[in-house]
Write a protein of this length. Sequence first.
Length: 223
Amino acid sequence: GDRFAAVLRVKGRDGPETVGGPSGPQRLAGRLRAGLREATDGLPADARALLPGLVVGDTARITPELDEAFRETDLTHTLAVSGANFTILLALLLGSPGLAQRAERRGLAPRLGIPLRTTALLGATLSLAFVVVCRPDPSVLRAAACGSVALLALATGRRRSLIPALATAVLLLVLYDPWLARSPGFLLSVLATGALLTLAPRWSAGLRRHGVPPRLAEALAAA
């Protein structure tokens, strides 16, 4: 059941040969991760180890004892970068997803007077930077792919095209890494995104018809 069929080990006195250095974006991402570690130097030992893991998935400081404690409490998933991290970034840029295409939309982009399509382009750039900084782990890739579907909706304004867009994103990810098809986390991410595209708008509209304030209706439907 393992994704690796074999492991090849080469024995010799010489170390591995470097055939190429990191690219400019990769060096910048490395400096950002290092800067985050430096910013946490004044924290207690556990917090100093956990904060980079929670923010960008950097678990270099996680001790075996702390890792074992997380395993025993079934909290290891909190150390993996997930859609929650990406949602926070997009919310800062776009505001509430339910209001993204309305006049009362919030977030940094409308405050700066940035139009919707330009906002979607900035969101796509933010998605790429998110993957580079956090590294393309499966949880990061599926978060960025599902977030790109919402950005496509923002750019086109056509909700009917979202399900085919989600299906295309899932297909490309599975072609890139077929083992995602056996990942429960990937399945839950896809189902959650599909529910946000199909069920959440109806639930939100129903709540508003029953007198629930729009912002609260959007939050309840997304939850």
